[in-house]
Write a protein that binds this ligand. Structure first.
Ligand code: NAG
Ligand code: NAG
Ligand code: NAG
Ligand code: NAG
Ligand code: NAG
Ligand code: NAG
Ligand code: NAG
Ligand code: NAG
Ligand code: NAG
Ligand code: NAG
Ligand code: NAG
Ligand code: NAG
Length: 621
């Protein structure tokens, strides 16, 4: 495009001209730069500026080089050969945190890695690190890649790299790998991923007619133990897609909540507040071998809960920070809540294989996946987006008095409208199942006189609006997935306190089911290390107090799988026995079936028998 004698001015013109063409260059090709906050200079990535910085460096090289600048690589941008370019960093890179993939669509999926400059000499800011990637239809990576490209990363985004692999076949498996553009021998591990069925695929054809299986997680807390739930799900189940309902990281300083000293899982000694804090924590969590294995081998679909930012967040604060002077002072780095939240959000987008849903809505992670005619997977944000005041401990009595107010919202007006519209559209397009992935326990839960006001029990009218909408519009086959509580709660979905429409023993009158899963490692709400016996005694009492609740289990840490078939959905709960080492010592503790059209747990619930926890009218083998 320009010769040895091309002037400086024309170079700028070329570079600036290209910045307006979003997907055609290797900076914008890295989606980590695109998300989020492009309009907030102190939090955003101004990719125009990053281009200009690269251009300036290129010019300096040109000036240094008496013969003029001869890099044929850069001006052609994406698709160029950067293998011998003086323009990009060539000091060697290290894929420090493996690979990950996520948010699959029918013909595309996001691929993630981190390409940190190797050795002691870090590049100055202006040097882009260039990473190439390819995706193949076979695990040997033989033949021509189905999609390939090159993208830049830099310290601006913590050397993370997130690209969209496109042009893929629906409902198919793929394998991918990253390499250093300047030294193609430096390669990442090979990742495995898949696409989803196209929205119009008949339900019985999805996943080749086999049930589509999700592994569902929440509340992974590093100092409390090894993430064996991830390992077990990756190695010992046949899960297709990993879903995380939030609390993927925790923000606490060392020894505040969890002491991992004896198992070598030690944190930094202050609570997270700055961009650097959140990055360091993400990087630490991503050293867990179970987590690395699970990311490497499966696409993930994730949402955050409170601890990706801070404890018990709502739209304008958390338990220990808000934007009042008092709330700012409290924060260890004197970062007020809103800045702290945006820092956390930025780092989440850098490190997680998640799509930014719309360019101008920085906080929006609520999104829907139409998976053939089999199901919609609707992911909500009941936490950070637009939630009204929650229980932040100093205000428990107040929140209790307002918990039934109709003007309280857990998602905000816009998201709630979208959610109800999405349920309706899913039903109208005749998708068999509506699976809703969200953070907090939905069903009313009387824990011996105490209600968790940080769950839907603090937003009772909002919960009724959702239930009314399902009943009024006869929308059936709804399955709500929940996390946050560190215990297992399996319920028929019905109006709280209603004993006329809903029959607790038959399940008649319910409108769906809820599977609320325990934590990957965070401690039981009944007490850390509580043994199965004492935990089951408490569970029995709670099952007896709550007619909708059919099973409660709170001793074991673990996860559950959800196998979605045309005629039924099966949820299998897994319990991990030992979190003190990395291992797969776990077992299936209970299994629940929901038949299509029945809108309740099949009776006898759990086949009448479980291996852990308290089952209504059932036995504990
Ligand atoms: C690459 O990164 C990993 C993980 O941080 C580290 O263990 C390893 O020593 C690094 N390799 C080199 C050559 O620096
Ligand atoms: C899980 O899979 C691994 C690898 O195949 C195997 O070594 C281990 O025994 C399995 N664990 C269980 C509990 O089945
Ligand atoms: C954390 O555990 C270590 C050893 O396991 C102990 O020495 C230390 O005092 C503990 N810290 C706190 C705050 O309990
Ligand atoms: C802000 O946080 C502080 C410390 O937790 C608390 O005392 C105060 O009441 C909070 N104020 C508001 C308006 O949330
Ligand atoms: C919310 O509703 C309650 C009771 O209906 C009312 O007292 C309160 O003023 C309302 N709050 C707002 C912000 O509208
Ligand atoms: C529901 O479908 C209609 C018609 O296609 C569309 O206009 C609307 O945006 C959809 N609603 C949601 C929440 O997706
Ligand atoms: C909750 O349980 C307590 C017993 O622990 C009982 O006194 C109370 O009435 C229950 N509340 C509701 C709404 O069921
Ligand atoms: C459901 O129907 C009832 C009774 O007709 C009505 O009062 C209520 O507003 C409806 N709720 C929703 C969310 O559609
Ligand atoms: C159910 O009972 C609780 C506790 O008494 C109450 O706060 C709530 O409003 C009731 N819910 C409905 C839907 O009646
Ligand atoms: C629930 O159904 C069972 C079985 O049909 C019946 O015996 C029982 O009376 C019903 N319970 C209520 C509260 O209606
Ligand atoms: C309780 O379970 C037994 C055995 O599974 C079953 O026969 C019976 O109908 C159940 N009773 C109720 C009230 O659900
Ligand atoms: C659930 O559906 C699958 C796939 O159609 C079928 O193989 C299985 O037998 C069903 N399970 C039950 C308990 O009906």
């Amino acid at each position: 495009m320009f010769s040895k004698r091309g002037s400086h001015i024309s170079l700028y013109v070329v570079l600036y001209g290209l910045t307006s063409c979003v997907s055609s260059n290797p900076v914008d090709r890295n989606l980590a730069y695109r998300s989020p906050f492009t309009d907030k200079p102190h939090l955003g990535y101004d990719t125009r500026y990053i281009h200009a910085r690269h251009a300036k460096r290129q010019l300096e090289l040109e000036i240094e080089d008496a013969g003029g600048f001869v890099d044929e690589h850069y001006p052609t941008w994406y698709g160029a050969d950067f293998s011998n370019s003086p323009f990009v960093y060539d000091g060697g890179i290290n894929f420090t945190h493996g690979v990950a993939s996520g948010d699959p669509f029918d013909t595309s999926v996001l691929l993630w890695t981190r390409a940190a400059p190797d050795g002691t000499q870090l590049p100055d800011q202006s040097v882009p690190v260039c990473v190439s990637y390819g995706i193949w239809d076979n695990p040997e990576l033989s033949g021509k890649p189905v999609n390939m490209g090159e993208a830049f990363t830099s310290y601006d985004v913590d050397f993370t790299l997130k690209v969209e692999a496109t042009g893929l076949e629906p409902d198919s498996k793929y394998w991918y790998q990253f390499a250093d553009c300047t030294n193609p021998k430096t390669i990442s591990v090979v990742g495995a991923t898949r696409t989803l069925a196209s929205p119009d695929t008949p339900a019985e054809k999805v996943n080749g007619g086999k049930p589509l299986t999700f592994a569902v997680f929440s509340c992974s807390n590093f100092p409390f133990g090894f993430f064996n739930a991830y390992t077990f799900a990756a190695l010992n189940t046949t899960s297709d897609i990993f879903v995380h309902l939030g609390d993927y990281i925790y923000e606490y300083a060392n020894d505040v909540y969890g002491n991992g000293t004896s198992i070598g899982r030690i944190l930094s000694d202050r609570e997270l507040a700055t961009i650097s804090d959140y990055r360091t924590r993400m990087a630490l969590y991503r050293t867990d071998t179970g987590l690395l294995t699970a990311h490497q081998n499966h696409p993930w679909i994730t949402v955050w809960d409170d601890h990706e930012v801070a404890d018990n967040t709502w739209k304008a604060g958390s338990a220990d920070s808000n934007d009042t002077s008092l709330g700012c002072q409290y924060s260890p780095s004197e970062t007020c809540f809103t800045d702290r939240k945006l820092n956390a959000v930025r780092v989440y987008h850098e490190w997680m294989p998640i799509r930014q849903v719309v360019a101008d809505d920085k906080l929006r992670i609520w999104r829907n996946f139409e998976i053939g005619q089999l199901m919609d997977l609707t992911m909500l944000d009941t936490r950070q987006y637009d939630r009204d005041l929650t229980d932040d401990y100093w205000n428990t009595d107040f929140v209790n008095t307002v918990s039934s107010f109709p003007n309280r919202s857990i998602m905000g007006f816009e998201q709630e409208n979208w959610f109800l519209g999405t349920l309706k559209n899913s039903s109208e397009r005749k998708a068999t199942w509506r699976v809703v992935g969200q953070q907090i326990v939905f069903s009313q839960l009387n824990e011996t006189g105490v209600f968790d006001l940080d769950a839907w029990d603090g937003y009772r009218a909002n919960r009724l609006r959702v239930l009314d909408f399902l009943y009024n519009n006869s929308i059936g086959n709804t399955v709500i997935l929940s996390g946050d509580s560190h215990a297992n709660w399996v319920s028929d979905l019905a109006i709280p306190n209603d004993t006329t429409t809903y029959n607790s023993s038959t399940g008649e009158g319910a409108i769906g089911v809820e599977f609320a899963g325990t934590a990957v490692s965070s401690p039981s709400p009944f007490g850390q290390f509580i043994a199965p016996g004492p935990a089951d005694d408490i569970s029995t009492e709670i099952v007896n107090l709550n007619p909708d609740l059919q099973w409660s289990e709170a001793s074991y840490r673990g996860f559950f799988t959800l196998e979605v078939a045309v005629s039924n959905v099966t949820a299998t709960f897994y319990a991990m026995r030992n979190l003190n080492t990395s291992n797969t010592d776990g077992f299936a503790s209970a299994k629940f079936i929901v038949h299509s059209g029945q809108n309740r747990l099949a009776r006898p619930v759990a086949g009448g028998s479980v291996l852990a926890g308290a089952l209504r009218n059932g036995t504990h083998a």
